[in-house]
Design a protein around this ligand. Structure first.
Ligand code: BYC
Length: 472
């Protein structure tokens, strides 16, 4: 179904047929726009940006590209198409038709999951608020804004569910989503990673590679939900999410490429003297963003996760493709944990280990990206290998909290940790150096900051020197 853009809120959920819901969302819309103006990309209200806008939820041809003034972006509500035969694929309700309304006993659980998901979306926009000032090119600036508007749309997706299915509580939660703010000491965002800063473009690319990828795995699990409107919302969100991870992966690739070029050209490892980002510093940023993102999967052994699964509200990654009983009541799963100061593998009931299993899927996906980065380094003839640190490294949530684990998975004393921390995590000096490379924004089409290579190709078949953003 094509989207009718003459409506105040473009949608494919037949909003016009439910006046109350439409009015409630039209009431929320100006508050969203106020939030966007206050907390969204700073100083951009007049820019024309070459953006993609969702125009249908069909697999082919769902997006339209063109110049948009960002506050006039049409944030709409799109759900993937409904499969009338869809049944719940797992848990106690396996085989039963999916729910089109919220079952009473699952109301607070579902609301909580939707709020947690929804909370991350505006949080990331807040975190990225100032990055436009230091964009390394118009191409990158456009990608930043594309991600920002789509995170805004993902907020809309969750707010729609709250308004449509959770009555007054849902409307209150939708308000609160605009009241919590990233890093706010009094009203912080719900999950840890979303209260960290994204002060520079190396952090931004690491964030979109690692933290947006948590988004991919969480959305994929929620796309298996027995609550069909949630599943369908997440399915469509995943379509947009792919570009965000692409921006992260290729952003890091381009920095690596530039660094390696300079290392070869000047026959030196000391690329800081040449105004580039050295590979050890990139490794430290990787360590930080990976471990912060691992925390987003929750506890290794979690009764919450077991309950979500048993009740049919949150499945596993690609649940229907897994060849087992989809009940998990009789199986176990090995997790790594720490016992008496040692890292041990231990079998726990599979139902409780669902967060860890998802984290494992995620780690394998991250590892594939790191492999691609290493290919660039290898091809350049540079002797360096990027590595994912051990899953216990610098964790704040789960079994490894409080333990000191080295990147290669050894349990350390506090003194050993302290002696090495500056080798493994960005120091104030590293951050200051990376910050010193940032900005002012490079705004001539086709020009790129010194520390990053141009992309292999532009957006939507446009050349790299296309005028992706027009400043008015
Ligand atoms: N920070 O039993 P556990 C994205 C809490 S990213 C703070 O393991 P559960 C995006 C937890 O709430 C995807 N608290 O919990 C990316 C629980 O609290 P209670 C976002 C945390 O529920 C980039 C307690 O610890 N979507 O889309 O199994 C840009 C016990 O833990 C954290 C979702 O997360 C943490 N990191 O798992 C834009 C999906 N971790 O019950 C967007 C929805 C755990 O003791 N959320 N806790 O009060 C969920 O599925 C689950 O809430 C979690 C936590 C997987 C996050």
């Amino acid at each position: 179904m094509a989207i009718d853009y003459s409506q105040l809120i473009p949608n494919n959920v037949d909003l016009a047929s439910d006046r109350r819901l439409q009015r409630a969302l039209e009431n929320w819309q100006p508050r969203f726009l106020d939030w966007w103006k206050d907390m969204g990309p700073d100083g951009t209200l007049n820019f024309d940006v070459y953006l993609r806008t969702a125009i249908s939820a069909e697999a082919n041809g769902w997006a339209n590209f063109g110049y948009v003034k960002m506050p006039e972006y049409r944030w709409g509500i799109f759900l993937a198409g409904r499969d009338p035969n869809r049944v719940i694929a797992y848990g106690d309700n396996k085989g039963k038709p999916v729910w089109q309304e919220v079952p009473g006993e699952l109301r607070s659980t579902l609301r909580r999951l939707i709020v947690t998901q929804g909370d991350t979306e505006p949080a990331s926009v807040e975190q990225q608020r100032l990055l436009g000032k230091t964009a390394p090119s118009l191409y990158d600036l456009r990608n930043l804004f594309q991600i920002n508007v789509e995170e805004g749309r993902h907020l809309w997706a969750m707010v729609y569910l709250l308004h449509a299915y959770f009555g007054r509580d849902g409307r209150e939660e939708a308000e609160a989503l605009l009241e919590r703010h990233s890093g706010d000491p009094d009203k912080p965002r719900i999950l840890g990673a979303f209260n960290e800063q994204t002060p520079d473009w190396l952090s931004f690319f690491m964030f979109t590679f690692f933290t947006d990828r948590d988004g991919k795995y969480q959305l994929a699990s929620l796309a298996e939900s027995g609550f069909d409107p949630l599943a369908r919302s997440c399915r469509f969100m995943l379509t947009e999410e792919a570009h965000h991870m692409f921006v992260g992966e290729t952003g890091i690739s381009r920095i690596i490429q530039r660094t390696c070029e300079l290392m070869k050209e000047h026959k030196t490892d000391d690329v800081r003297a040449l105004g580039a980002i050295d590979l050890p510093t990139m490794q430290k940023y990787l360590n930080f963003h990976f471990s912060v993102s691992l925390d987003l999967f929750g506890q290794e052994a979690s009764t919450n996760a077991a309950n979500y699964y048993t009740m049919g509200v949150k499945g596993r990654f690609l649940e229907t493709r897994i060849d087992d009983d989809h009940l998990l009541t009789d199986s176990s799963y090995e997790i790594e944990t720490i016992e008496e100061g040692r890292i041990v593998r231990k079998a726990v009931p599979a139902l409780q280990a669902l967060n860890e299993r998802l984290r494992q899927d995620y780690i394998e996906d991250c590892a594939r990206g790191v492999l691609r980065w290493n290919k660039i380094i290898e091809k350049a003839g540079v002797n360096f290998e990027m590595k994912l640190p051990h899953r216990g490294f610098d964790r704040r949530i789960g079994a490894f909290t409080g333990a000191r684990i080295s990147p290669d998975g050894k349990v350390l004393s506090e003194a050993e940790w302290k002696a090495n921390e500056a080798k493994w995590l960005p120091t104030d000096e590293d951050r200051a150096y990376v910050t010193s490379l940032m900005g002012p924004a490079v705004v001539q089409p086709g020009k790129f900051a010194h520390w990053i290579a141009p992309p292999a190709r532009g957006i939507n078949g446009q050349p790299a020197d296309f005028e992706y953003v027009r400043f008015n």
